[in-house]
Design a protein around this ligand. Structure first.
Ligand code: DMJ
Length: 467
């Protein structure tokens, strides 16, 4: 990927020349007078404000409740691990909120303790806590962060001791007891970038090897038409379901095949990504009213089983473009952007056949901003910045609560109905995507970088030179 430190007008001219923008977008883009750097400053200010609320009311707890000012634990049911703090760290750093970052670092050094007798989701804990600590380590180089990431990975490791190598879904952090072999592609195959990084930094190959074995075991069970279903038994390797999807339960499996190639240069991952993506593009595309969608289909017959789209799938256009299918990725992202235009914030479920929401909540989701950011990194088209801007401005309008940003209970009501929940990924994902998309910060290498499925930067942070 190359960098384009160009002015907006030059970029627009380039995009027009390449025929990259549809007419409606073109008109809007030419009229666009957004001051992107000012918007970036605003994102930083919202982060600073929300962080001050968390600092005051929920310091060291997992997630603040932004309406009531209370807190809730996750991923443990009855114990806090400082999840928000860990997820926020590299975002604080990239925004130059250095005092806040130092404060968080001090907390992790003095308070973090994973020896808790309780069960966590292996997948969630890896992408959020192992990934969050590794990205914070990438930001500042403090060895304690790497040691803590390794400590957590060691506690998750027993989950991979299955006959197939595909992990059980839950593990007890103290005893190592595991449960729930009925799992899915995402919870089997979303480890390699973090665990490969851990192996690289510690010299211990075990982390990389268990993650690679799991991702490969899943790939080896694909159908004859190269599709994966949604549920599998990690002990027997037998499929328990038939639904192939690019949304929930599958999404980051495909993402991490590409990422294994992008971050680690693993050619097996690239081959597996290409095979799976060819299968999806051959069987799963459906165009309605000029829009591209990916319905759920039967993984052996390719028969459509549902036109209900999961909001989580809206990240997929960015991945397709990263993997080389730029036009298809852009088309799918435009389909989701049209739903954003209509509702302001994406509903959690949307049926493209009826053009109606099937789930009116939105859990403060980052996926469309993620796709916009990835597309923009590739072509620098103002169209994607505008999608990210609309995502951010709608969030400021509807999700801001007294003590932070909160999820929405109903995106179809005006004013939108808020719930009382700020998932920790918010601090790691969209706030970072917005900022990187608008700010042109010198702390980030726009030409060579890697962000995990949780938005954790594992490559591409640039430490300012010391004076
Ligand atoms: C995040 O935890 C990750 O992006 C994950 O892969 C799926 N989506 C959630 C946020 O919606």
């Amino acid at each position: 990927m190359t960098t384009f430190p160009l002015k907006r007008r030059t970029l627009l001219a380039g995009a027009i020349a390449l025929g990259a923008l549809p007419a409606r977008t073109l008109a809007a883009a030419s009229a666009d007078t957004t001051d992107w750097h000012a918007l970036g400053d605003d994102v930083r200010e919202q982060m600073r404000w929300a962080w001050s609320q968390y600092r005051e009311r929920a310091w060291g707890l997992d997630q603040i409740r932004p309406v009531s000012g209370g807190a809730e634990s996750f991923p443990l049911k009855t114990h806090h691990l400082g999840l928000t703090l860990i997820e926020a760290m590299d975002t604080l750093w990239v925004m130059g909120l250095d005092a806040e970052f130092a404060d968080a670092l001090e907390w992790t050094k003095t308070r973090l303790d994973f020896a808790i007798d309780g069960e966590v989701s292996v997948f969630e804990t890896s992408i959020r806590i192992v990934g969050g600590l590794l990205s914070a380590h990438h930001a500042c180089g403090d060895p304690s962060l790497l040691a803590q990431a390794r400590d957590m990975a060691d506690r998750l490791l027993p989950a991979f001791a299955t006959p197939t190598g595909m992990p059980h879904r839950f593990v007890n952090l103290k005893t190592g007891a595991t449960r729930d072999p009925a799992t899915n592609p995402a919870e089997v195959g979303t480890f390699l970038p973090e665990w490969g990084t851990l192996s690289r930094l510690t010299g211990d190959p075990r982390y990389h090897d268990v993650a690679k074995r799991a991702v490969t075991a899943m790939f080896d069970r694909r159908s004859k038409i190269d599709l994966l279903a949604d549920t599998i038994d990690a002990d027997t390797g037998r499929w328990l379901g038939r639904r192939a999807s690019v949304g929930s339960g599958a999404d980051s499996y495909y993402e991490y095949l590409w990422d294994g190639w992008q971050l680690l240069g693993d050619a097996d991952c690239k081959r597996m990504y290409d095979v799976c993506t060819r299968g999806i593009l051959a069987h799963q595309q459906d165009r309605r009213d000029g829009r591209l969608w990916f319905p759920d289909i039967d993984f052996e017959t390719a028969k459509i089983v549902s036109t209900d789209q999961d909001e989580l799938a809206s990240f997929y256009g960015g991945l397709l473009a990263q993997g080389g299918a730029a036009e298809t990725g852009a088309a799918y992202t435009r389909a989701w952007a049209s739903v954003q235009d209509r509702f302001g914030i994406l509903p959690e479920g949307y049926d493209y056949a009826t053009a109606q929401p099937t789930m009116v909540t939105n859990a403060l989701r980052p996926e469309l901003a993620d796709a916009a950011f990835n597309l923009w990194l590739l072509d620098r088209s103002p169209e994607w910045r505008a999608v990210g801007r609309d995502h951010f401005l709608a969030m400021k309008r509807w999700n801001r609560a007294r003590y932070g940003y909160t999820a929405i209970a109903d995106v179809t009501q005006r004013p939108m109905l808020q719930s009382d929940h700020c998932p920790a990924y918010w601090w790691s994902e969209q706030m970072k995507y917005y900022y990187l998309l608008f700010s042109d910060t010198p702390r980030f290498n726009y030409a060579d970088n890697y962000l995990s499925t949780e938005g954790n930067v594992l490559r591409g942070l640039i430490r300012p030179a010391r004076h």
